[in-house]
Every structure is written in structure tokens, then in C-alpha cells.
Design a protein around this ligand. Structure first.
Ligand code: TYC
Length: 102
């Protein structure tokens, strides 16, 4: 876009076609081996849940197979997935974490 000012100066800038960033939901998946307490701790540490909310999400994953931990811009969601997977593998648990566009 070109803006001509009265004093003869010209300003240019990019067209304003800014979209809000696409958001991604982060999920935990159930498995038969990861301890419930470990999942609760993950939800508190990486998804800012208090113990009560973390326990509810963990139980939903345990019952339904999948549960949402939060919604974030793409780079933050993908960093959280990587941090959770790294933490779980280091602890020797098969916990799975994934993201989906919201
Ligand atoms: N199903 C696991 C158990 O019974 C608990 C669990 C919950 C595992 C949530 C993973 O994302 C998960 N120990």
C-alpha cells in the first residue's frame, strides 16, 4: 500500500491482510502403562493446570482414550508436544501427546 502525505513524502507498507494465527489443540492419549500420577504431573507442569483440573483431564483420557490439554499457536503447541514426549521417554513411559489444528 502507498500513502501520499500532503508534504509530498510517500510511505509504503504491506497490505494489511493479517489473519489471526491458526490455533492448535494439544491432546494426551491413553495407554496401559503410564502411571496416573505421572500424567497429572505433566498436566500441571506443561499445561498450567492445578491438581484438580489435571486429575479431571487425566481421568477423561483414561476413560475416553484422548483428552485436550490446551489450545495454543502452532509453535507453542509443537514445543509442548516435544517437551512432554521427551519428559515421558526419559522417565521410561510410553505416553503419547499430539496436536491438531483447532
Ligand atoms: N491408563 C493409565 C493407567 O491406567 C493412565 C493414563 C492416563 C495413561 C492418561 C495415559 O494419557 C494417559 N495407568
Amino acid at each position: 500500500m502507498v500513502t501520499k502525505h500532503e508534504d509530498g513524502t510517500v510511505a509504503t507498507r504491506q497490505e494489511q491482510k493479517l489473519k489471526p494465527p491458526s490455533m492448535f489443540q494439544v491432546f494426551l492419549l491413553n495407554d496401559d502403562y503410564t502411571p496416573m500420577e505421572f500424567v497429572v504431573a505433566i498436566l500441571q507442569e506443561y499445561f498450567n493446570k492445578d491438581r484438580e483440573a489435571a486429575t479431571q483431564i487425566m481421568l477423561k483420557v483414561h476413560r475416553d482414550g484422548k483428552g485436550m490439554c490446551g489450545v495454543y499457536p502452532k509453535d507453542i503447541a509443537s514445543t509442548k508436544v516435544e517437551l512432554v514426549l521427551t519428559h515421558a521417554r526419559k522417565a521410561g513411559h510410553p505416553l503419547q501427546c499430539m496436536m491438531e489444528e483447532a
